[in-house]
Design a protein around this ligand. Sequence first.
Ligand code: GLY
Length: 384
Amino acid sequence: MVDRQDDAGGETTVRVELANRSYDIIIGEGLLSGAGPYLASVLARPRVVVVSDETVAALHLAPLQAALNEAGIQNDAIIVPAGEGSKNFAQLQLLLDQLLELRVERRDSILALGGGVVGDLAGFAAAILRRGIDFIQLPTTLLAQVDSSVGGKTAINAAQGKNLIGAFYQPRLVLADVTALSSLPERELRAGYGEVVKYGLIDDFAFFQWLEENAGQILAGAPGALRHAVAVCCRAKAAIVGRDERESGDRALLNLGHTFAHALEAEAGYDGRVLHGEAVSVGLGMAFTLSTHLGLCPSQETERVLRHLSAVGLPTGVAQIGLSGLTVDVMLNHMRQDKKVTDGRLTFVLARGIGQAFITNDVAEGAVREMLQAALEPASAAKG
Ligand code: GLY
């Protein structure tokens, strides 16, 4: 991983080193309206199809298309409905049909303009269309800029669980324009912050401390704070992906809180009630609480994590995300569909403290049940 800071332009470039699939993540302001030269340098030929959703397209498609036209890049656009519900087979099929109707060739590229949903769907379509065409991530949400647009995970959801059908397929370039974050609804920005905190909790205590002091700036959309936070997260992610692209080891650390989060999202049925980052926030709290139940993590550390998540207005309990009826067995059933299950055993990302996460598959189910019982039915657990 190489990191260059160009002070004049206020731009940071983080390199994801993956041999002949290496690529740059460029983080800065005004990158969408100035996308032409960045794209021209990586396109196999000057023809692209932009895939976006209704909400993002209304805000960012026109300036992007103006930049493409100015750079002489022929372009079409396909708009999908906004929301997690679009990550399904029906929408994937429709998108592939539309791309084929446009006679997209192997040397053309897909530009994924949007948040995690668009990136995952368009990236997976790129992975399988004509056995793989290039794609470029133009993430417009905080969540996508710090996590989902980097590292090549692409997927749709199945009835059985989140992201269960997909491919590892790396983009050719990621342009993270932090100016785009200023048009995000407050709830989306806050949900994305759940993934930002994750990086501090995994292995960067100093970043967590910085977040405790600067969360307000990030949530107020201050470009400098956003640029710093996105760069720190992308550097951390690029380093992990560079050494474990296909998640046979360390990369699973990035799933801190996610086994719980995916189970919560599956329970909510991807209906938009729960945003991914909100589920991640609850999941982070559960991972730390479980670590404390197991005697691995001092309770003050877990309390500090929960305090910070609450202070920024993120949920830390299932009732806060409208899933109060959920039972331990239903939750465990969802969790057993997790992609980290090996030989039927669940793998957990736990922590010995803030910034000290580790991976284990040696957790007794009884302890998980106990933690879930307290989290899902706090009133009856308190009585019993
Ligand atoms: N979002 C976790 C990963 O990319 O591995």
